[in-house]
Design a protein around this ligand. Structure first.
Ligand SMILES: [Zn+2]
Length: 209
């Protein structure tokens, strides 16, 4: 069976269940990414970032305060997307570099242009994983849709939430059984030989670039 590679990036942390997710992934020798928000990083949550970093998981930016970027000024977009990089570096020494996922899966052209100028690599949402952030989603629906849509090269979008964690208990062993290897975004690009990554473009599946 040929190995299929995929990355899941969990948005909106650091939040409860982030450490549990890391520990669960470790059980299967899988890795993932966490898209973190600047205004959630403080003395009480710092340990969650460190737990992820210490276990080889990747952190990427997810804005400071999660605004709809198409509604704020040019300067605010820059501030929102660059501040968390400095916050994480100051607290942990970890450099998120230019990796990011935009809040609210924003698609505005002007925002993308600014991201291009900032040389940001934008992780898209090739798989929406049962819209795990919506009130109607539960562990069963999240697991079902994720397993139906999982495919090689995909950048999947999930969130740090209890219902998502519960779904992962089903999802991870099943993906392992199907020959998937879940890796960090950085590893996925490297494994697929993608060294020339376009900036300011939503990348939903690494095989498409
Ligand atoms: Zn978000």
């Amino acid at each position: 069976m040929q190995t299929k590679y995929m990355t899941i990036v969990f948005d909106d942390g650091p939040l409860p269940f982030m450490c549990e997710m890391v520990d669960l992934f470790n059980q299967y020798d899988f890795k993932a990414g966490f898209a973190v928000m600047g205004d959630r990083i403080n003395d009480d949550t710092e340990y969650m970032l460190k737990h992820a970093i210490d276990n080889g998981f990747q952190l990427v930016g997810h804005s400071h305060s999660h605004p709809r970027l198409e509604t704020v000024t040019h300067e605010q977009v820059i501030k929102e997307m660059t501040e968390p990089i400095a916050d994480v570096k100051n607290r942990t020494g970890y450099d998120m570099k230019n990796w990011a996922r935009l809040p609210n899966l924003c698609r505005d052209e002007q925002v993308l242009q600014i991201c291009k100028e900032l040389k940001l690599i934008l992780l898209g949402h090739g798989i929406l994983c049962g819209h795990d952030w919506t009130p109607d989603a539960n562990a069963e629906t999240i697991a079902k849709e994720t397993l139906e849509t999982a495919c090689d090269g995909a950048v999947a979008c999930m969130h740090v939430r209890e219902q998502t964690y519960k779904a992962l208990v089903t999802i991870l062993p099943e993906l392992k059984k199907r020959g998937f290897n879940l890796v960090t975004p950085d590893e996925l690009f490297k494994i697929k030989g993608k060294t020339d990554i376009p900036f300011g473009v939503h990348i939903h599946n690494v095989n498409d670039i």
